[in-house]
Write a protein that binds this ligand. Structure first.
Ligand SMILES: C[S@@+](CC[C@H](N)C(=O)[O-])C[C@H]1O[C@@H](n2cnc3c(N)ncnc32)[C@H](O)[C@@H]1O
Length: 225
């Protein structure tokens, strides 16, 4: 059974394709996608030997050796693009995910990217949008400890110079009745409010206006829910 976060990633993967899971760790996502029949074949890759061992164990235990390859790779550097319809990168920082995507040229060939940043989602959105990727859809998952966003990107070749604050901080999260989206907006609003209050107390108000504008993005989203 996958948790909410990885279940949402699985939901965003194209039906009947070949998926590559970067930073697969235990390969739970790959095992789920293959066992459920959602993906026809898969590559589970990781940079580290421990996770690769766990991934191989999961694939073998679930009798998926004929459908899944386990490959050691830094990002997608050792991965051949043949047949890959979907790339999932989940559970890493937004800056690292952005770096992996932007150095992999073949992702521009209509590959569905399912990205789940643990930190700095705003940097991931901004850098990919500026480099010709478009957010196709975005939704949040939450548990009692945290809220996460899962973003689907595709390369469209339109390099935007200016990314609005709303696009940068909320992306395409739009359903303000969805409790997971609400939890995500509340989490980010509370982070911004903490920063704003800290600045007020220390009299270091140089960037306060910028943080107030970011807070307003989340306040507006939460209004009328
Ligand atoms: C926190 S785990 C996330 C596992 C799984 N994707 C998830 O979301 O639950 C991060 C994994 O990414 C791997 N990783 C970190 N940097 C990487 C890179 N540059 N290329 C491939 N894998 C990487 C780590 O070895 C680790 O197994």
């Amino acid at each position: 059974m996958l948790d909410e976060r990885l279940s949402l990633c699985a939901r965003f993967v194209t039906e009947g394709g070949k998926v590559c899971d970067v930073g697969t760790d235990h390969a739970y996502l790959v095992a789920h996608l293959l066992s459920s029949g959602k993906s026809v074949s898969a590559i589970a890759c990781d940079i580290a030997d421990g996770p690769l061992l766990s991934a191989r164990t999961t694939i073998e235990k679930n009798n998926l050796c004929d459908k899944a390859e386990v490959i050691k790779s830094d990002g997608l550097d050792n991965i051949s693009p043949e047949g890959i319809t979907d790339v999932v990168i989940a559970g890493m920082g937004g800056e690292l995910i952005s770096d992996i995507v932007l150095r992999t040229e073949w992702l521009k060939n209509d590959v569905n990217l399912v990205l789940q940043p643990m930190t700095k989602p705003e940097i991931l959105r901004e850098s990919l949008i500026k480099n010709g990727y478009e957010i196709i859809k975005e939704e949040c998952a939450s548990d009692k400890n945290h809220a996460y966003t899962v973003i689907c990107f595709k390369y469209k070749g339109i390099h935007k110079e200016n990314v609005s604050l709303k696009e940068k901080w909320l992306g395409k999260i739009c359903d303000n009745k969805n409790p997971h989206n609400i939890a995500y907006a509340e989490l980010f609003l509370s982070k911004e409010n903490k920063i704003i209050n800290g600045m007020k107390q220390s009299d270091d108000t140089k960037y306060i206006e910028e943080h107030e504008k970011i807070a307003k993005v989340f306040e507006d989203f939460l209004k009328g829910r």
